[in-house]
Structures are given as structure tokens and as C-alpha cells.
Design a protein around this ligand. Sequence first.
Ligand code: NAD
Length: 357
Amino acid sequence: MQNFIYTGNPGRVVFGSGTIEQLDSEAEKLGVKRVLVLSTPEQAEQAKAISDHLGDRIVGLFSKATMHTPVEVTMAAMEEVNSLRADAVLSVGGGSTTGLGKAIAFRTDLPQIVVPTTYAGSEATPILGETENGRKVTKSDPRILPEVIVYDVDLTLSLPVSMSVTSGINAIAHAVEALYAREANPIISMMAETGIGALARALPTLKTDPLNRDARAEALYGAWLCGVCLGSVGMALHHKLCHTLGGMFNLPHAPMHTAVLPHAVAYNAPAAPDAMRRIAKALNATDAAQALYDLASHLGAEMSLAKIGMPAAQLGETVDRAMANPYWNPRALDRSSLEALLSAALHGERPPATDMR
Ligand code: NAD
């Protein structure tokens, strides 16, 4: 047997179809009366329509949420929070909008209600990545964890197939790294395996039938479980590499995770055989890294980092940066292996079969 510690993050989850109709009663339970609604510019209309369910409780809409949570956007939103005397935020959207809500909560401790519309999983974590002067800094704090998540499957029907695929693989990445995390424990591993399985079953259906409500529900359920994994145990090579790549080249978040994941898994496979067996089992396959590559590429995801914006000439510099801040990983990091990993991801190659010796 193995000793373990499990700490559950507090938070209330409402899950289903038509659940946005419960937003007002959720706000009532929180005791909030002056809610500021947050969204990206693209989702302003949708956020406005959803906020109508809260009637007089809504005091304003700030629709400038941006990927990687730039501090200057947060500061503009903070002016609205203060001038409107908001006592809560309602974030409607993906990880970018949730990030803005978290950045406000970190500064004010205002309660957050999140209505997620992608599979990023940020709503289930006490983690915030903020960008200032071209650097992304991550912090974790109980104030950052949203109080209430209202998952309404109906809102995910509009998520384009290509984004559904990469967002779903982004979620799978959280669960994959949870299975070999230093703090891995049986509860989170159970959620990880179930989360990977749910997304791996749902995404192929969504590719051909994006309005399939059962598949949408299964994907969203999987995304929640994967988000809990991310928020509960430490991450390793895959997330750290994506952090470095995102910061250096501002690559699109979910597509970048999709292209890197099979290679990070292939790298770690020899050092984490039990995790590999569980990932492969959840994917109904034998080789975890190859199965992740095949799942994403068969669903039409771009597997080459070069094709989504990473300059090939900066491969060496990327490796240097990735090696600069040491962190825990099941397999030790060495420069030449990391360079091979990133080169394979740069060119979108299928990882070789895992050597589990
Ligand atoms: P996103 O929130 O940037 O959304 C991408 C685009 O899709 C936006 O224009 C958005 O308005 C639109 N969109 C979202 N849902 C839609 C829907 N249902 N229909 C149509 N359009 C929709 O993308 P994301 O991948 O969800 O989030 C990425 C960000 O989240 C990154 O900044 C990343 O760092 C952060 N993130 C943070 C955590 C955490 O725990 N802190 C976890 C995962 C991701």
C-alpha cells in the first residue's frame, strides 16, 4: 500500500441542461445583490442573455476578457467593480473569462459564479495565471477558487468542433499529469481515469454530431473531473512546457496543449508505468502516448507546434528556458531528450511506441 493525503477543494457544482435558470437562486444562496458579469467580446451577447436570469441583481457587463489574463485588463475591470460596488462576479465563458473573474476575486475576495462554456477546467481550480510585461506568473490561493459552478450543457453546443477537440484534449492533459503527479492519490486518480474516458468517448461523437447533447454532457462532465484533478495535485513536464511555450510565443492555449501532450507522455512513460496503464485503459488502447496522438489527429487537430506559431529557429532557446527553472517530474529532465521531445512536437510527429523497461 501507499500512504497518501487527499484535500478536497470546497465548491458547489450545479450540472445539467437548462441549469442557467437556477442562477438567481444560486446568487440568493450566496447572498449577493450586485453582480458584475464578465465575458470575452465574442461572448458579450450570450453573457447578456444569460445574465437576464439574474434580473435586478446585475449591475454591469464587462466584456473584455482576454487569453492569459493580462493585468491591464484586470485593472480596467477592477475600476468597474469599484465604481459599480459589485459584490460578486459572474463569469460566462472559457478559461480566459474565468481567469478574469479569478483575478478580481484574488484582489477583492468577491464570490464568483462561473458558467463554463469550454472544457478548460479552470473553474475547478484555485490557480490563476496572469500576464504582465510579457511574463506569465502563476499563483494559487483559496480566494481564487470559484464558489459556485453552473454547468449548462446547452451552452457548449455552440463551441466549434475544432475548439471542442483541442479544449477536450487540454482537459485530458490535466488528468494525465494528475495520474503521475507527486501528490497523486486514489481519489484524484479515479477522477482522472473517468475524466479521460468520458472525453475520449465523447469527442469522436462531437466531431460528427456537434449538437449531440449526450456527448456534450459527457464531455462537460469529463472536463469538470479533469479540472478538479488540475486543482488538486501538482502538475509536471507537460504543463510546465506549455507554460514556457505560451509565455514565449503566445501560442493558442488549447491547440498548444494538444500538440505537446503525446510527447510529454512519451517522455514520462518509462518513469510512470502505472499511470501509463491507466491512461491507456481509459483510452481503450495499449500505448498511452500514441493513443493520445491518434485521438487528437483523427479528430482533425493540428499536431505541429510550428503550424500554430512556434518558430523553429527558437527551439534551442525554448529548451534553455524550459531547463532554467527546475521542477518535479517523474523522469529527470536532460537537455538532449527535451530537445528531441520539442522537435517531435514542433514537426507534429507521432511518438514512437513506449519503451516501458
Ligand atoms: P478561451 O476562454 O480563450 O475561449 C476561446 C474563444 O472561444 C473565445 O473567443 C471565447 O469567447 C470563445 N468561446 C468560448 N466558449 C464558447 C462557446 N461555447 N461557443 C462559442 N465560442 C465560445 O479558451 P479556453 O481554452 O477555455 O481558455 C484558455 C485560457 O484559460 C488560457 O488563458 C489558460 O491559461 C486558461 N486556463 C487556466 C486554467 C487554470 O486553472 N488557471 C486552466 C485551464 C485554462
